[in-house]
Ligand binder design. Structure first.
Ligand code: CA
Length: 278
């Protein structure tokens, strides 16, 4: 590893990452899991912008099956292992774009100490930290806003990108934006579903595009399932999209976005550029 190749790693490993000891004293996790990867497509270029790592059972069981085995006793250990597993698999699969990892804010005690295992895993396999993004997953109400703010500020200081996941659903609402500045908002699939046929959803998302431009932060539409939704979102300026339309999550693999779908969307874009009246 050289400073030139991995500037963030070099800075972090230079003695600024403390250890709190929690991860050394915890019991074994008691269950095993692995990861699937789903591409985030950039319609501006037609290329893959990044990949979200999604937890799966060893035999392909869904995320809920794995998450129901997480409890207060193993939450910290699970969060740590999710990150290291995602990074190690990404490396094995030759992932060359961004890697977006979900994490549970309530599983982080001391942000700088809790990131240590992640940095060590990335350094071990040579994965640049600059390509990591953390999605704050609001599966439960964050118990302490100050705690979340400290995590995000610390991660930003380290140089990681942060995203609010499922924005517009449940607890991941506008109030989070009053507390901290994420790099990315991932629009929840309930805002996306049938948006091409729904004036109210279009109104909300159009204004979220304006909000994102002023904050500023990047928008990703998740849960895109139809060409109509994809075109409508692209016309509103959201070129980063993720969903079954492009590819289902690949179990321990990096599935390519559907080439027919990309061709159809990019052809439409080229046609409208050639003739803006279309
Ligand atoms: Ca997510």
């Amino acid at each position: 590893m050289t400073d030139r190749e991995f500037p963030l790693q070099s800075r972090m490993m230079a003695g600024t990452v403390p250890e709190c000891g929690r991860c050394r004293t915890l019991e074994p996790l008691g269950f095993d899991f692995t990861m699937a990867f789903q591409p985030i497509v950039d319609l501006a270029s037609g290329a893959v912008w990044g990949w979200e790592a999604l937890v799966r059972g060893r035999h392909g069981e869904n995320a809920a099956h794995v998450l129901e085995q997480v409890n207060d006793a193993n939450r910290y250990q699970f969060d740590q292992r999710c990150r290291t597993r995602a990074i190690e698999l990404a490396h094995q699969l030759g992932l060359a774009e961004r890697l977006s990892i979900n994490f549970l804010p309530n599983a982080v005690y001391e942000p700088r100490a809790c990131i240590r295992a992640t940095i060590e895993a990335a350094s071990r396999v040579g994965f640049p930290l600059e390509r990591l993004q953390f999605e704050i997953t609001e599966v439960e109400e964050v118990r302490n806003d100050g705690h979340l703010r400290r995590i995000v500020e610390e991660y930003r200081a380290i140089g990681f990108a942060t995203a609010i996941d499922d924005f517009g659903a449940g607890f991941a609402g506008l109030n989070l934006l009053t507390h901290f500045k994420p790099d990315t908002l991932k629009l929840d699939m309930n805002l996306i579903r049938n948006i091409d046929q729904d004036d109210r959803r279009q109104l909300i998302v159009r204004h979220l595009v304006l909000l994102a431009a002023e904050l500023p932060c990047t928008l990703i539409a998740e849960g895109v399932e139809t060409l109509g939704e994809a075109r409508c979102l692209a016309e509103m300026g959201i070129s980063l999209q993720q969903g079954y339309l492009y590819a289902r999550p690949g179990f321990e693999s990096l599935p390519a976005p559907d080439p027919g779908v990309l061709a159809s969307l990019l052809a439409g874009k080229l046609a409208s550029q050639a003739n803006p009246a279309i």
